[in-house]
Design a protein around this ligand. Structure first.
Ligand code: C2E
Ligand code: CA
Ligand code: CA
Ligand code: CA
Length: 277
């Protein structure tokens, strides 16, 4: 039995190795992907539950690889984060978001765009300056740009992150904690984080109709968020009933397939024509 186990794990290691190699060649493609315009910025709308208005979008990267076809961010982002290649993606997404905000100035002057950043980006001490220079380049008001970072990412090194977030906050951009509730942050740190938005993770939302305990938990998160003066957004809302429950619980805003999947190109334009006056 022991032998069998060894052989199985050897096979598993081969598979892991193959996957690692394919990831490595994938990453070497990432740099040229930017040049070849293979990356796309998709946008998913967010709805203010109090006044029923669309107030902004979250940007989500998509990679259209010439040979491998569509590569989902869940596939390449974690690997790009470990190797530092994520910096290329972040810079490209920031640039694209600000270009879009610039283009919206005339017709949609109040819409915001959120960009996801990783801990790797936050370890780069020049990150706030790069954000500022992009805001200047595209002449965009800082509060229209929001930076999302995951709760678990922040908790990897809370002291250093708080320092960097303070400098980012000074630039006037919005700061948002992503996937809240999954990262074990201590309440003491939460109070010290200079953020203005909290996004309740999808895992809570999908449970809210079925588990009374989850509903109580979400109610508590919303109350705590409001106690800290944070705007509270629920993500991953797929059903009307989830939206109703979250509104009743006082949640400020929602995002999810019920409202719209992430959009791009003509579909984005048509959706905006229909839903944003
Ligand atoms: P996230 O930041 O938590 O983004 C939300 C994910 O949930 C997105 O998946 C979105 O398409 C999906 N989603 C939104 N509404 C619903 C819903 O109602 N139901 C379900 N089942 N899913 C919903 P996506 O685009 O595949 O991105 C996955 C993750 O990859 C993101 O999670 C984020 O962590 C990462 N990611 C995506 N784009 C970027 C990026 O530009 N930079 C970085 N650093 N990470 C990114
Ligand atoms: Ca996010
Ligand atoms: Ca999230
Ligand atoms: Ca997530």
């Amino acid at each position: 039995a022991a032998k069998r186990y060894t052989r199985q794990s050897a096979w598993y290691n081969d598979a892991q190795e193959a996957s690692r190699l394919s990831h490595l060649s994938l990453l070497s493609d990432l740099r040229s992907a930017v040049k070849a315009s293979e990356l796309q910025m998709w946008l998913q709308p967010k709805l203010n539950l109090q006044n029923g208005r669309i107030y902004g979008f979250e940007s989500l990267v998509r990679w259209q690889h010439p040979e491998r076809g569509f590569i989902s961010p869940a596939e390449f982002i974690p690997f790009a984060e470990k190797t530092g290649y994520i910096g290329i993606v972040t810079q490209w997404m920031l640039d694209s978001a600000l270009l879009k905000l610039h283009a919206w100035k005339q017709h949609y002057p109040d819409l915001s765009i959120a960009v996801n950043v990783s801990t790797y980006d936050l370890r780069d001490r020049s990150f706030p300056e790069r954000v500022v220079s992009l805001l200047k380049k595209y002449d965009v008001a800082p509060h229209l740009l929001k930076i999302e970072m995951t709760e678990s990412g922040i908790m990897e090194d809370p002291q250093a992150t708080i320092e960097l977030l303070n400098r980012l906050r000074d630039t006037g951009v919005g700061l948002s904690i992503d996937d809240f509730g999954t990262g074990y942050s201590s309440l003491a740190y939460l109070q010290k984080l200079p953020v203005n938005e909290l996004k309740i993770d999808r895992s809570f939302v999908s449970d809210i109709q079925h588990a009374d305990a989850t509903k109580k938990l979400v109610r508590t998160i919303i109350e705590m968020g409001h106690g800290l003066n944070l705007h509270v957004v629920a993500e991953g809302i797929e059903q009307e009933q989830e939206k109703i429950t979250l509104s009743e619980l006082g949640c400020d805003a929602m995002q999810g397939y019920l409202l719209s999947k992430p959009l791009y190109g003509n579909s984005l334009q048509e959706w905006m024509h229909l839903h944003i006056p």
